[in-house]
Design a binder for this molecule. Structure first.
Ligand SMILES: NC(=O)c1ccc[n+]([C@@H]2O[C@H](COP(=O)([O-])OP(=O)(O)OC[C@H]3O[C@@H](n4cnc5c(N)ncnc54)[C@H](OP(=O)(O)O)[C@@H]3O)[C@@H](O)[C@H]2O)c1
Length: 152
């Protein structure tokens, strides 16, 4: 007997602009239902409307500030409340500071670590057990070629 395949919900962080928004369009084109997360909710809603016009996939938009250490857990709980099991996690939200380490604002340096490192780690830790249990899914981390280059 054929079984109904579970929806391949894809959570994209930082979907309100740039690479994250483009990845949302690409996943939607391939039929993946989407959860779009970022701080600028109005942008997520606009992108969700655009995607729904062009593709037959459900789209949820969640406003969240992932620099907040509690945010990954909150996001995870919001998904549980909606009955959404994440099939693919795209850790894309992030930013890079340019300048001298010794003079860049320290709060921004710590915020960068909270977003680029802590949120990515926590979201992966929260989502991966479900993927392993279901024996399906994946995690895509958007990083930078700068990681492979020597810097002064
Ligand atoms: N473009 C490049 O050349 C390049 C190079 C190296 C690495 N990257 C990496 O690629 C990823 C995407 O870059 P991009 O160029 O597409 O940048 P972008 O257009 O600035 O997009 C960054 C995304 O992250 C979200 N974001 C930022 N702070 C957030 C926070 N505190 N909580 C939740 N979401 C937050 C932003 O949404 P909100 O502002 O609405 O929250 C936005 O959707 C980033 O991780 C970036 O570091 C990009």
């Amino acid at each position: 007997m054929a079984t109904m395949e579970e929806p391949r919900w894809t959570l994209i962080t930082g979907a309100s602009s740039g690479i994250g928004a483009e990845l949302a369009r690409v996943f939607a084109e391939r039929g993946y239902p989407l959860v779009l997360a970022a701080r600028r909710h109005e942008r997520l809603v606009a992108l969700g409307a655009e995607i729904r016009r062009n593709h037959d996939v459900p789209v949820e938009s969640l406003a969240i500030d992932l620099e907040d250490r509690e945010a990954p857990r909150d996001l995870h709980d919001m998904l549980l409340e909606r009955g959404i099991a994440v099939h693919t996690l795209v850790n894309n939200a992030g930013f890079g500071l340019r300048g001298y380490f010794a003079s860049l604002p320290h709060e921004r340096q710590l915020a960068m670590i909270d977003l680029n490192v802590m949120a990515l780690t926590s979201l992966s830790r929260l989502m991966l057990p479900g993927m392993i249990e279901r024996r399906r899914g994946g995690i895509l981390n958007v990083a930078s070629l700068a990681a492979f280059q020597a810097g002064p």
